[in-house]
Each structure stands twice: as C-alpha cells, then as structure tokens.
Design a protein around this ligand. Structure first.
Ligand code: ADP
Length: 231
C-alpha cells in the first residue's frame, strides 16, 4: 500500500495528473468531491457551517450555496474558520476511503488529490490543533507529489477551465488570484515534496513525467505490502 497526496496550487494541473495516474492503475479520490459530499444537508459539516455562517448560505431548497459561502469566507476573512470545519471532516473521510481501498487491494496506490495538503497542516498548527494527524501530514500520507507551474499559467488555466469563451474573465482572474494568495507558494512546498512534476510545457510533457512517476510509486507500494516479511 502507498498513501499518496497529490497536491498543487489551483490550476497547476493536479486533476489532469490524477486522471493520468488513474489510467495507469492508481485509485484516486478528489478531496473537493469528498468535501462536497460532506456539505450535504444532514452531514455534520453542513450543520456546523450553517451554525457559523447563518441561514444566508442556504439556497431555497435548503442545500448550501457554495458560491455564496466561498464569497463570504474569502471576502470576509473567514477562510480559516471555514477550513477548521471542513478539513477535519475531509481528512477523516479520506482515511476511511483509504482503508476500504487497501482492504480490497493491499498493493494499491491510493491517491488523494487536494490543493491544500500543506495548508491543512499549517492551519492546524497555527490554530493550536493538538491532534497529530492534522499537524503532521506524514502520519496520513506516505508520499507527496507536487505539481508546480508559474502562477500566471495556473491562473490562465483555471480561468480557461471555469469561464466560457467570450465571457468577461476579470472576475474569475481576481477570484483565482485571491485563492492563490491563501495557498503556500510552490517555492516553500517544493522542498517538502517527495516527487515534483513541473507542468510548464504541454500536456504530453506532463504525461511523460507521470509515466516515469507511476512505476516508482507502484514499486514503493509493493515493498510496503507486508513489511514484516522482509525480516
Ligand atoms: P487543478 O486540478 O490543479 O486545478 P487542472 O488539472 O484542472 O488543474 O488543470 C487546469 C486546466 O488546465 C484544465 O483545463 C487542464 O486541462 C489544463 N491544463 C493542465 N495542464 C496543462 C498543460 N500542460 N497545457 C495546457 N493545458 C493544461
């Protein structure tokens, strides 16, 4: 088994890498997806968010208005407060998912995709969080794969992905910059990653790097299936 955290700033290309790894045989889950599921009515995180941010984050059908919530969090300086609700729930859901994956296949490479692997750890430490699972990411992740790209490329890719052609890009660009500003810069993350993918060329250049990465992850996973047998 190998627990891999695949991270990178918004627009860096991590979902693209995740897709490539999945095609090669990795089990993959997106933290955003887990987070969305945990914010459905009835879930603990949903209740905590409504308690903290009020009824105005709800849509008429009683579900969360995620755009409104993101706006309130980013513009109101309440990102950390929101993260303190969502991150622990997402990490617990990741742990449960990995358990299921490894029960099915002890040699699996389980990849968790998250923009905020390092930020979760930083925020937990800054808020005095005592639980080591949050403050020491190595307790929950064996290998960190970081996708890096210049900020301008990240923003352009993010905007291309989210805004229909011909529509005004200014708001999306400002939104992307504000989100990136809350993320730790690549230069600080890179020394802490185990594998670095430099997404500065085209998709094929990225795919070449992923194809080199995959057998290494797989090999590490195979070595990790039953460590006691090595004695
Ligand atoms: P992230 O998951 O990190 O936010 P994505 O993988 O979704 O980033 O990539 C953002 C957008 O940029 C996607 O539309 C993707 O197809 C595109 N993209 C990623 N890498 C490249 C690249 N090397 N060249 C051109 N487009 C890219």
């Amino acid at each position: 088994m190998l627990r891999v955290g695949l991270t990178g700033g918004l627009g860096s290309g991590k979902s693209t890498v995740a897709h490539m790894l999945h095609e090669l045989g990795a089990e993959v889950i997106e933290s955003d997806e887990l987070g969305r599921a945990l914010m459905e009515p009835g879930q603990e995180a949903f209740t905590a968010i409504v308690r903290a941010f009020g009824q105005e984050v709800l849509m008429p059908d009683g579900r969360l208005n995620r755009a409104r919530l993101a706006e309130m969090a980013f513009k109101g300086g309440r990102v950390k407060e929101l993260n303190a609700i969502i991150h622990p729930a997402v990490i617990e859901a990741q742990r449960r998912w990995m358990e299921q994956v490894f029960a099915r296949d002890p040699a699996a490479v389980a990849v968790v995709v998250s923009a905020l692997i390092f930020e979760v750890e930083r925020d937990a430490r800054e808020s005095g969080e005592a639980n080591g699972v949050f403050t020491e990411l190595r307790k929950r992740i064996d290998r960190v794969v970081l996708v890096i790209a210049p900020d301008d490329a990240k923003i352009a890719r993010y905007v291309d992905r989210t805004i229909p052609a011909g529509t005004n890009r200014d708001n999306a660009e400002a939104d992307a910059r504000s989100r990136l500003a809350h993320q730790i810069p690549d230069s600080e993350k890179a020394p802490r990653a185990d594998y670095l993918l430099e997404n500065t060329g085209d998709i094929d250049a990225l795919r070449t790097q992923v194809r080199e990465l995959w057998p290494r992850l797989k090999q590490e996973s195979n070595l990790n299936v039953n460590p006691r047998s090595l004695k």
